[in-house]
Write a protein that binds this ligand. Structure first.
Ligand SMILES: Cc1cc2nc3c(=O)[nH]c(=O)nc-3n(C[C@H](O)[C@H](O)[C@H](O)COP(=O)(O)OP(=O)(O)OC[C@H]3O[C@@H](n4cnc5c(N)ncnc54)[C@H](O)[C@@H]3O)c2cc1C
Length: 434
């Protein structure tokens, strides 16, 4: 019944090794089974002693890896229920934001935020606390109001924000450790129109003095820098077109200049794969991500690392990285700085803490990057920095675990749903369970 199926969505050549999107991780097995129904997924879970669910493979580390079996739910990709009155949508877990968002817009609804790219699966994104930007916007998991999951024995359970309280807070950013998430209910809001403006060459001194005002200028703000010449190369301001909320562009913004053409975050690259800028109005899902569905996001040939620091340390932490620019720059394609509102998820780096993230898109040279990351981590350690669950890091497991006050509760919760460690892998054993 469970004949291995090479999913057309994953589309690697027969015989080729199964890898993540970036190609830096060759997974420990290429045994991938695609389930067409929840019953098939349940039966698969019952049958195997160890396994992992694979989403859209956009993590840069081994969090999704397995040496045993992979299950894919990608063939299930049709919206299950739109409840207009309750303003919620229930979807199959591994539908991508790119598949979901146009449907929501057509029906008059929107999500509160998106990541830099729409290509990723909802289940994969919420498992790792994937985030966009905007100081009032929690990470993407904060829109989850309920989920359905297959536990290790193969039972189906549902958890919701309303009825499960703390148990729900432990189960949304779950790092793939609790079970196979099969359905997700997301909170919606009425659809909205956005505009996006890009400014070039913001002096670092202006960032230092006016960080709060810059971040408050739009619904979502991203700062891109190569750490050269004491400047932020590009400031992307995404604004909702709503009375009282709209950003009014002026030719100058804290010493930066309004761009007169669409830009890629790396200005030398073509902006063809980027969402429309220059104040052209468009639906939320075509402005919140930086990269367009159907095009390669970012550069396509890269590694990524990202660190969360408490918002109160934002400026100091940014300046600390600027001081090590000579070590960072040879390996860097671009840095992005974003803000994220606090949430209540035990394993979220933003647990009860407004945060700022300092992200590094790096050249695909792991030997060099593996030497650089400890330098960045040491530099950011006075600011209680915490790495992104889906990106590369070298922080020692005991230091990582110390960042999560609710880790003991999470371990207990995982034993409840997965008493035999079916959904664990080396990454989880090392970083969470050891
Ligand atoms: C070009 C690029 C840009 C990015 N931009 C951003 C960004 O703007 N912001 C940000 O925060 N991150 C960003 N990321 C990181 C990315 O969002 C995360 O790594 C995310 O987890 C990827 O989702 P996925 O479905 O591809 O996950 P996968 O790598 O396939 O899986 C991730 C984890 O989710 C688990 N999982 C997946 N599906 C299920 C399921 N149904 N049930 C249980 N567990 C499941 C897997 O087992 C694994 O543990 C970016 C990555 C890339 C490559």
């Amino acid at each position: 019944m469970f004949a291995p199926v090479l999913s057309p969505l994953l589309a690697w050549a027969a015989g080729a090794k199964l890898k993540n999107w970036a190609g830096n991780i060759e997974y420990g097995t290429d045994r991938l089974y695609s389930a067409n129904s929840i019953e098939q997924a349940q039966e698969f879970v019952r049958k195997h002693a160890r396994m992992k669910v694979l989403g859209t493979r956009h993590c840069f580390n081994h969090i999704a890896d397995s040496t045993d079996e992979f299950l894919s739910l990608r063939p299930m990709n049709k919206v299950l229920e739109l409840d207009a009155k309750a303003r919620t949508v229930t979807i199959p877990a591994n539908m991508s934001y790119g598949q979901l968002s146009p449907y929501l817009h057509e029906h008059g609804f929107a999500l509160h935020n998106l990541a830099s790219l729409p290509h990723i699966s909802v289940a994969g994104a919420i498992a790792t606390a994937t985030h966009g930007s905007g100081e009032k916007n929690g990470n993407l998991s904060t829109s989850v109001s309920a989920l359905e999951m297959i536990t290790a024995p193969g039972d189906i359970i549902t958890l919701s924000r309303k009825k499960d309280g703390e148990g729900f807070s432990g189960a949304v950013v779950a790092l793939g450790a609790l079970g196979v998430v099969t359905k997700i209910t997301l909170d919606l809001q009425p659809t909205f129109v956005m505009k996006q403006y890009v400014y070039e060459n913001l002096p670092l001194s202006q960032m230092q003095e006016h960080f709060d005002a810059i971040e408050a200028s739009g619904y979502s703000v991203s700062l891109f820098t190569d750490w050269q010449k004491k400047r932020i190369n590009e400031v992307w301001v995404k604004t909702r077109v709503e009375p009282g909320q709209e950003f009014k562009p002026t030719p100058e913004f804290f010493g930066a200049t309004l761009a007169t053409r669409n830009l890629h975050p790396i200005a030398e690259l073509s902006a063809e794969n980027c969402t429309e800028q220059m104040g052209v109005p468009g639906p939320w899902y075509e402005r919140l991500p930086h990269f367009r569905m159907g095009f390669t996001p970012s550069t396509g040939d890269e590694l990524q690392a990202e660190y969360f620091v408490p918002r109160k340390h934002a400026v100091e932490a940014i300046l600390a990285v600027e001081r090590i620019r000579d070590q960072v720059s040879p390996h860097l394609l671009i840095t992005e700085i974003r803000t994220i509102a606090a949430d209540d998820f035990w394993m979220s780096p933003c647990y009860r803490q407004n945060s700022v993230t300092i992200h590094f898109t790096l050249k695909p040279d792991w030997p060099a990057v593996s030497k650089l990351l400890p330098v960045i981590e040491r530099t950011l350690s006075p600011f209680e920095a915490c790495p992104h669950w889906g990106k590369l890091f070298t922080l020692a497991p005991e230091r990582l675990r110390a960042r999560y006050e609710k880790l003991p509760e999470f371990v207990t919760l995982s034993k409840k749903y997965d008493p035999t460690g079916k959904f664990r892998n080396d990454f989880l054993n090392t970083n969470i369970f050891s």
